[in-house]
Design a protein around this ligand. Structure first.
Ligand code: CP
Ligand code: NVA
Length: 309
């Protein structure tokens, strides 16, 4: 049966651990599995712009010996030029996997439901699972473990990156401390799910409105933009509402001395983070960006392999 990656619920803890091992192997040896996608094609069905996701998937498919096609909104305008179901059924006749970047999360679910091939969520308004799998990999790479690590997230809790981090951290045994302005808390459904997943690993989840409390004792400080793709019309209000939730030199003093700073990128210096932090010695943001390549290669190897049986 074919498998998809729509959210981190789709992968068990054991599968995540084996995926991280495979990612490390693919990072050590970029030529490994060089024939794995020979004769296979992967479509990037993107309704929003992208640097990291697009380029790392394209290069990843190339390194695995396959062919990648970018299908932007001008070619396939999901649900407008053609129904999502018809797009999924048609692409399944040509391709071996789809990476989808959408606005509505339901579009990724519908694509996966109607496609006969694996569908990978390359970011929807609700989740960004490729990002958080990479984040877990990067934390383990830098800190040697994920179990018991404390991650402080400051900013928009009700977005794709924070939602996926909550699920990923719960599965990896990472304690999360999330600080948001009032009204920007993570979706309560995601928090409930993360709390139930955390029971298996002992991870804790704390929500607060105090950035200081979120970074207290943190091994990892994480931030994302205040205005996500598709929210441009709310920009002015958001910039006002998020004042006080900036990660800067003063705030990070509350973290552990050897904390690491992470950001999914793109970043806005002077908004969610100051230049001295994101460009400073604690920042690992470009290692994190590089790791998207290795982890996504592992995701493709894993899903295409599983879907064969
Ligand atoms: N972090 C991330 O997904 O970056 P892009 O939006 O550039 O792909
Ligand atoms: N929350 C951001 C993440 C970008 C990778 C957005 O959706 O725009």
């Amino acid at each position: 049966m074919k498998r998809d990656l729509i959210s981190l619920e789709d992968f068990s803890r054991e599968e995540i651990l084996s995926l991280l091992k495979m990612s490390a192997l693919l990072k050590r040896d970029r030529a490994s599995h060089g024939d794995h996608l020979r004769g296979k094609a992967v479509g990037l069905l993107f309704q929003k712009p992208s640097n990291r996701t697009r380029v790392s998937f394209e290069v990843g498919v190339f390194q695995l010996g396959g062919k990648c096609l970018y299908l932007g909104p001008e070619e396939i305008n999901l649900g407008v030029r053609e129904s999502t179901a018809d797009v999924a059924k048609t692409l399944s006749r040509y391709l071996d996997a789809i990476v989808a970047r959408t606005f509505r999360h339901q579009d990724v679910i519908d694509l996966a439901r109607h496609a006969a091939i694996p569908v990978i969520n390359g970011l929807s308004d609700m989740y960004h699972p490729c990002q958080s799998l990479t984040d877990i990999f990067s934390i383990e790479e830098k800190l040697g473990t994920t179990q018991g690590v404390v991650l402080g997230y400051v900013g928009d809790g009700n977005n794709n990156v924070c939602h996926s981090l909550l699920l990923g951290c719960a599965k990896a045994g990472i304690h999360t401390q999330v600080a948001t302005p009032k009204g920007y808390e993570p979706d309560p459904k995601v928090v409930r799910l993360a709390k139930s997943l955390a029971q298996a690993t002992g991870a804790s989840i704390r929500l607060t409105h105090s950035p200081k409390d979120a970074v207290a004792g943190a091994d990892v400080i994480y931030s994302d933009v205040w205005v996500s793709m598709g929210q441009e019309k709310q920009a002015q209000k958001r910039l006002k509402d998020f004042k006080g939730f900036q990660i800067n030199g003063k705030l990070v003093k509350g973290a552990k001395d050897n904390f690491i700073f992470m950001h999914c990128l793109p970043a806005h210096r002077g908004q969610e983070v100051t230049a001295d932090v994101i460009d400073g010695k604690h920042s690992i943001v470009f290692d994190q960006a590089e790791n998207r390549l290795h982890v996504q290669k592992a995701i493709m190897v894993f899903l295409i392999e599983k879907s064969r049986h």
